[in-house]
Design a protein around this ligand. Structure first.
Ligand SMILES: NC(=O)c1ccc[n+]([C@@H]2O[C@H](COP(=O)([O-])OP(=O)(O)OC[C@H]3O[C@@H](n4cnc5c(N)ncnc54)[C@H](O)[C@@H]3O)[C@@H](O)[C@H]2O)c1
Ligand SMILES: O=C(O)CC[C@H](O)C(=O)O
Length: 361
């Protein structure tokens, strides 16, 4: 059996982690024969809660789970990690504005980026030699050679996820920007599911929806390139749904506002669906996306072919192979889509500038 990998989850005493940790520990993400050391990082007042989470994980008697390490120290949390899932931060409550969240959370990701830079450094050096080896091996396969290898992966979930991810990455200058991504897979899953429900098929019959931009209400769920398997016949979503007004109206706003709707209803931010999306995101990084399919994730925008400003973490359609992600280039973009892609980019530019402003005060 393989050597155990070390996975840190921050915010490990919180509600997303409560659904997430079990899935990771039982092999849903890194594989059914990959042993795991789980590192649970939270803040000092939550250590007693973490003790309870450790007890429960032990009581699950999961064969892949080799060790559970609860901690409130970043130097323990981030040491020699293979994957970091940064959930720890404040969720939005009813009545809270996005800016309140930005102010509260962005400082956490500055600190954690700096800590990753410092304590995950050894593995990052290893990554550089890995990168060189992979690039040598992949040179002949031109498509994937142009992609970005992501061995030590940092996934940012805490909101505002894109901007927090950018700040964490900027605070970790020795870690390649390509190793950072943020979660928009929940939006992607929401969009697929809405189309599937509308067409009366199961969600696995819908592929290649795209979430462009920010994990916020300006995100653009785009189905122009998506396909539905409608009882054995594959067709475009516009053709399958036959309701352009819905696709350009309520479908988009339902996905954009779904997080707020869940908060209004549960009085708590989404957790079960967020944990499922984190598993989907990480599993695709580890094992690759299906042939001919793409998924959405927030990645560093440098070098994109869609005219999105470069110094942002923006959600794009992405394909992954050999732990290497690549933005799907060259999809035709109509005026309707262009305007929405630009609007969400503009929000991200504003968020980035506000965050940098807060952090410089
Ligand atoms: N990107 C997405 O799709 C998505 C979806 C759902 C929720 N979220 C976000 O995920 C975050 C967590 O949500 P939740 O419902 O689990 O919240 P929660 O309040 O239940 O848990 C958050 C945990 O983070 C911990 N924490 C706070 N500061 C920390 C720090 N500096 N280091 C380590 N841990 C810290 C808290 O003590 C708490 O245990 C929120 O910001 C929420 O908005 C993102
Ligand atoms: O705070 C929000 O509006 C969204 C919370 C969470 O990110 C979600 O998408 O469910």
């Amino acid at each position: 059996m393989a050597e155990p990998i070390r996975v840190v989850v921050t915010g490990a005493a919180g509600q997303i982690a409560y659904s997430l940790l079990y899935s990771i520990a039982k092999g849903d993400v890194f594989g059914k024969d990959q042993p795991i050391i789980l590192v649970l990082l939270d803040i000092p007042p939550m250590l007693p809660v973490l003790d309870g989470v450790v007890m429960e994980l032990q009581d699950c008697a999961l064969p892949l789970l080799r060790e559970v390490i609860p901690t409130d120290e970043v130097e323990v949390g981030f040491k020699d990690i293979d994957a970091a899932i940064l959930v720890g931060s404040m969720p939005r409550k009813e009545g809270m504005e996005r800016k309140d969240l930005l102010k509260a959370n962005v400082a956490i990701f500055k600190t954690q980026g700096a800590a990753l830079d410092k304590y995950a450094k050894k593995t990052v050096k290893q990554l550089s030699s890995n990168l060189q080896r992979i690039f040598r091996e992949e040179k002949s396969k031109s498509f994937w050679y142009k992609g970005h290898h992501v061995s030590r992966q940092v996934l940012v979930v805490g909101n505002p996820a894109n901007t927090n991810c950018l700040i964490a990455s900027k605070s970790a200058p020795s870690i390649p920007k390509e190793n950072f991504s943020c979660l928009t897979r929940l939006d992607h899953n929401r969009a697929s599911s809405q189309v599937a429900i509308r067409c009366g098929v199961s969600s696995d019959k819908v592929k290649n929806v795209i979430i462009w931009g920010n994990h916020s209400s300006t995100q653009y769920p785009d189905v122009h390139h998506a396909k539905v398997d409608l009882h054995g016949a594959e067709m475009g979503v516009y053709e399958a749904v036959k309701d352009e007004a819905w696709l350009r109206g309520d479908f988009i706003s339902t996905v954009q506002l779904r997080g707020a709707a869940v908060i209004k209803s549960r009085k708590l931010s989404s957790a079960m669906s967020a944990a499922k999306a984190i598993c989907d995101h990480m599993r695709d990084i580890w094992f690759g996306t299906k042939e001919g399919e793409f998924i959405s994730m927030g990645v560093y925008a440098a070098g994109n072919s869609y005219g999105v400003p470069e110094d942002l973490i923006y959600s794009f359609p992405v394909q992954i192979k050999n732990k290497t992600w690549k933005i799907v280039d060259g999809l035709p973009i109509n005026d309707f889509s262009r305007a929405k892609m630009d609007a969400t980019a503009a929000e991200l530019v504003e968020e980035r500038d506000t965050a940098l402003d807060f952090l410089s005060q």
